[in-house]
Design a protein around this ligand. Structure first.
Ligand SMILES: NC(=O)C1=CN([C@@H]2O[C@H](COP(=O)(O)OP(=O)(O)OC[C@H]3O[C@@H](n4cnc5c(N)ncnc54)[C@H](OP(=O)(O)O)[C@@H]3O)[C@@H](O)[C@H]2O)[C@@H](O)CC1
Ligand SMILES: [K+]
Length: 482
């Protein structure tokens, strides 16, 4: 699991310190970091006039090492320090070994460069970039390579402190930081390369990271064996109102493709039932009352939201189903029915708000969506799947995962119904709520990528286009056999 771990800048500092306390030298780590950036640069760019912007800390130190290695490889390199490194630091030692040109920290120098390296601030960024630094970075026209993270991106949140440049390439060390995956940070990183610099994995034991990049391996899809039967794979029940039967049908279709044993749509309206029965033949439609349906213990989990209005009746239904001890995925109407009242969602297993629903239920998440999602999970006791291009999955115990495989085309009406259906389908097969929500988000993004593969850029993506791909995504997420 720990290969998916993300470290906040503060945790990364502790990892460095632990490695140094265990006998690694800071200078050797800096040498490895500078070498990793040099190798990544040389693999992607031909030798060219390069300017390294160096800050006063160890990020700048990495820049001095990189400059020396590129120069040794025959590149024309100049250093433009913002400020000298602190005397006696590893960065000062790296700077003392630099024999090449040192030029002013000025736009004229930036304008002459065909490649600019941003080695200003990394994990030690402590305040917004000053106007001068921001102005210089704004003047960059050449491709920019960021050491560790583009300066100005907050590694803990992906937010921007003042200004941050657009990198073509970012090389980070040991483990990614949340800011490499959360927007807008992720977009500003360009291509991100993760490099080993000789930190042993054992330093993670004391840190016990609580944030992860979402990918198979963080969770395992449910396995089917010869002993499994339809009731052991869950009976997903989706109540559906008269207004939006399409949303419930999309969710049901996704739950079936996630491998749910049975999926039924429940409505007390005869006309809606007739519409629903015209859908997929394998989908069950019932007009029995919810009270009656709840007598069947095998009906579990329940998906409440797609196709339900955000009203008191939906709120009462949510209370009745959670009160009956069933696992609930709450989406759409069930979330908005609890606007301003997160306590109304207690007892649910997974909540799948988009940004607007999150705002309605929990209030403004502010700049730190990761912290806000964790707080919402703590308040409700439910796993929160805060949807977006960088969906966050947060558990009440503090674990969080950031999903980063969703193409922009996924942001269409109906897409969320498919995601909620996947989560319910996986929950019913015995996955824990956090794992099911993580797996649903990843499968959703992966299926979308498969549906778009080979299509012209900008092609629209319909929610039902995901259906034929979900099985392939599930298969690809299975651990490969030895
Ligand atoms: N530790 C290790 O062993 C390894 C670390 N590695 C590398 O080190 C990087 C972390 O190094 P770091 O901790 O020295 O912090 P860094 O990002 O260089 O900046 C700190 C300096 O900047 C200053 N400052 C901050 N914000 C500012 C602003 N807005 N405007 C102006 N100044 C500002 C801040 O000042 P202060 O806040 O103290 O006033 C301080 O002087 C990490 O990202 C990686 O690249 C690798 O070599 C692998 C081994
Ligand atoms: K940087």
């Amino acid at each position: 699991m720990n290969r998916h771990a993300l470290l906040t800048p503060e945790e990364m500092g502790r990892a460095d310190a632990a490695a140094i306390a265990a006998g690694r030298s800071g200078e050797a780590l800096m040498l490895a970091a500078g070498r990793a950036v040099a190798e990544a640069v040389r693999r992607r760019f031909s030798p060219r006039r390069t300017l390294v912007l160096a800050g006063p800390g160890n990020n700048g130190g990495d820049g001095y090492v990189l400059a020396r290695l590129l120069e040794q490889a025959g590149w024309p390199v100049a250093m433009a320090p913002l400020a000298p490194p602190r005397p006696g630091s590893d960065a000062a030692a790296a700077a003392a070994r630099w024999r090449g040109p040192v030029v002013p920290f000025a736009a004229a120098e930036v304008g002459r460069a065909a490649l600019v390296v941003d080695a200003l601030f990394g994990a030690g960024l402590s305040r917004p970039l000053s106007g001068d630094v921001a102005q210089l970075l704004r003047s960059v026209r050449a491709p920019l390579v960021a050491v560790d993270i583009p300066s100005g991106v907050d590694g803990a949140t992906g937010g921007i402190l003042g200004y941050a440049p657009q990198a073509a390439l970012t090389v980070t060390f040991f483990r990614r930081k949340p800011g490499h995956l959360l927007l807008p940070g992720r977009d500003l990183c360009g291509e991100t390369v993760l490099a080993e610099i000789g930190l042993p994995d054992t330093v993670l034991e004391a840190i016990a990271p609580r944030a992860f990049g979402n990918a198979p391996g963080l969770w395992r899809p449910p396995l089917r064996d010869s002993g499994s039967h339809k009731f052991s794979r869950g009976h997903v029940t989706i109540p559906c109102g008269a207004a939006l039967p399409g949303a419930a049908r999309l969710a049901a279709g996704a739950a079936r493709r996630a491998g749910a044993g049975l999926v039924s749509l429940a409505t007390d309206d005869a006309a809606t039932a007739a519409i629903l029965r015209g859908g997929e033949p394998g989908l069950m439609v019932t007009t029995e009352a919810v009270e009656h349906l709840l007598e069947d213990r095998r009906r579990d989990p329940w998906l409440l939201g797609p196709g339900l209005p955000p009203d008191d009746a939906t709120r009462a239904l949510l209370r009745r189903v959670t009160g009956a001890g069933r696992m609930v995925v709450a989406d759409g109407g069930a979330l908005t029915a609890c606007a301003g009242d997160p306590a109304g969602l207690q007892g649910a297993a997974i909540l799948t708000p988009h940004a607007g629903e999150f705002l309605r239920v929990f209030g403004d998440p502010g700049d730190d969506r990761l912290a806000a999602a964790r707080k919402a999970a703590d308040v409700t006791g439910a796993v929160i799947l805060l949807k977006g291009s960088d969906s966050i999955i947060a558990a009440p115990d503090g674990r969080a995962a950031i999903n980063h495989n969703a193409p922009p085309a996924l942001a269409t009406a109906g897409s969320g119904d498919v995601l909620a259906g996947l989560a319910a389908g996986l929950l019913g097969q015995g996955m824990g709520a956090f794992d099911a929500a993580c797996a649903a988000a990843w499968l959703h993004g992966d299926a979308a990528q498969r549906a778009l593969a080979g299509q012209p850029a900008g092609s629209p993506l319909l929610p039902e286009d995901l259906f034929p791909e979900i099985g392939k995504s599930l298969a690809s997420a299975l651990p490969s056999s030895p």
